[in-house]
Ligand binder design. Structure first.
Ligand SMILES: Cc1cc2nc3c(=O)[nH]c(=O)nc-3n(C[C@H](O)[C@H](O)[C@H](O)COP(=O)(O)OP(=O)(O)OC[C@H]3O[C@@H](n4cnc5c(N)ncnc54)[C@H](O)[C@@H]3O)c2cc1C
Length: 435
């Protein structure tokens, strides 16, 4: 679509990712005149996600969405691995309930899902313009009144602009809401989609047809940087990724491609990927600062949603749900603002109040603590995985040594590496940071 300038809308949404499309859909449903501007050729082409999408939060946008949407597999099995160079400690949770309607979560490929999602927004009455980069906000008397696109005569005016342009949001920077992200507030993740037959996937991951699994992989997967790797099962491909804090990449001088190769070549990972054929490679950032790193999320004439607002909880692998729910809250505020004809920062501040009252801020405040704690404790990445694996080796190796002697040996080994007081402090600190 070619823009004819100047266009005027009730709301212009920048970015047709999960947050932007959810906002456009709900605004159109509420009878508002909404334009969504996306830089990619199609929604989904610029988006990177693991990608596990949760059923319940997405129902808050489109009830029953999963019956029609292009999903890959419902997730019934969630595993955690802790790797050292040659060993693995694993935990997991599998539930038959997750394999039944209405399901808990699905693996998705964003190229397919976002296209479908955007089609729903268009069918509801939203206008979508693709292949168009928003370059700046337009201000009048200090308030945001629209956006400038990279097209000729591409200025678009609106009562409210919603910045849904993802992590490191250009728009909120241009609106003066935040500066550059600090390297310890953002993770850099590379991801590959690896083709594999359905039968092989189901065989290797112990799945029935139409069942999916996730594996989150800590320890040696990230070369002792703060982050993790993942393997998620799609219908006939695997989504494989690994990432860490940008500050750790810089500090350790590790190239993200080197990390990916290291990850894929770990003996435990390699076995699962064997025979697969890489078909896509991509890299993206994830906001990692929690509540402490969030920018202001509103100002005169503008609201910020999803990753653009720093809404992400990587420890629980949640970002999509925060993007969708923040969009829903922003739409509620847009509708109220239009009813009153008041688009001031004061009127839009209600969005922050709604965020504060939702699970989102509760979780993000908790996540800030977790991230800050583990950043200060390299022992959890560099020392403890090895100690745990050595202890299990000792305990599980049957060699005619009495068990109590083995336990004493393990204790000696642990205490040789860490004083009891420090151990206790680490254990309590870790628990407190996670609760
Ligand atoms: C590797 C990886 C794995 C992840 N795995 C999971 C997972 O399994 N589960 C989960 O819940 N979350 C996961 N996340 C997080 C999740 O992907 C994000 O939280 C979610 O996509 C945020 O949605 P959003 O709409 O805010 O941003 P995005 O989906 O990033 O969308 C932003 C959109 O804005 C467009 N845009 C940007 N700038 C401009 C501009 N100037 N003009 C026009 N358009 C613009 C972009 O092209 C894009 O389409 C993962 C993230 C990564 C990187």
């Amino acid at each position: 679509m070619i823009l004819s300038a100047p266009d005027r809308y009730d709301v212009v949404v920048v970015g047709a990712g999960l947050a932007g499309t959810a906002a456009s859909y709900l605004l159109a449903k509420a009878g508002m005149n909404v334009l969504c501007v996306e830089r990619g050729e199609e929604p989904g082409t610029k988006n990177v996600m693991g990608g596990i999408l949760y059923r319940q939060p997405t129902e808050k946008i489109i009830p029953g969405w999963w019956k029609d949407a292009p999903t890959e597999r419902p997730i019934v099995d969630e595993r955690l691995w802790l790797l050292t160079q040659d060993s693995m400690v694993q935990a997991g949770f599998r539930s038959a309930r997750y394999g039944e309607e209405p399901y808990n979560a699905f693996s998705v490929l964003r190229v397919k899902f976002d296209k479908w999602f955007a089609d729903q927004a268009i069918a509801a009455g939203a206008t979508l313009v693709t292949n168009t980069v928003v370059e700046d906000v337009i201000r009048e008397n200090g308030r945001v009144v629209g956006v400038k696109t990279g097209r000729d005569q591409g200025d678009i005016y609106a009562n409210i602009v919603i910045a849904a342009d993802g992590v490191n949001s250009l728009l909120s920077k241009r609106a003066g809401l935040h500066g550059e992200l600090a390297p310890n507030q953002v993770a850099l993740v590379t991801k590959e989609v690896i083709n594999m037959s359905r039968e092989k996937i189901e065989d290797r991951f112990l799945l029935n047809p139409n069942e999916g699994a996730t594996i989150e992989i800590f320890g040696d997967s990230t070369m002792a940087m703060l982050g993790y790797g993942f393997i998620y099962t799609n219908r006939d491909s695997l989504s494989v990724g690994v990432g860490a804090l940008l500050s750790d990449f810089i500090r350790k001088k590790i190239n993200p491609n080197v990390l990916m190769e290291h990850f894929k070549n770990h003996p435990m990972v390699k076995k699962l990927l064997e025979g697969g054929e890489a078909k896509e490679y991509m890299a993206h950032m994830i906001p990692e600062g929690g509540a402490a790193a969030m920018p202001p999320v509103y100002s005169d004439g503008i609201l910020v949603v999803g990753d653009a607002a720093g809404l992400s909880n990587p420890i629980y692998r949640e970002g999509s749900n925060l993007a969708l729910i923040s969009a829903k809250l922003a739409v509620q505020v847009c509708v109220e603002a239009h009813q009153r004809g008041d688009f001031s920062a004061h009127a839009l501040s209600r969005y922050k109040t709604l965020l504060d009252e939702s699970f989102i801020m509760d979780d993000l405040r908790a996540y800030s603590k977790t991230s800050q704690f583990f950043q200060k404790k390299p022992e959890f990445l560099e020392k403890y995985p090895g100690l745990l694996v050595d202890a299990l080796h000792e305990l599980l190796t049957v060699d005619s040594v009495p068990k109590r002697a083995k336990q004493r040996k393990i204790l000696r080994q642990v205490l040789a590496n860490r004083r009891p007081w420090d151990l206790a402090k680490d254990a309590i600190g870790a628990l407190r940071s996670l609760t």
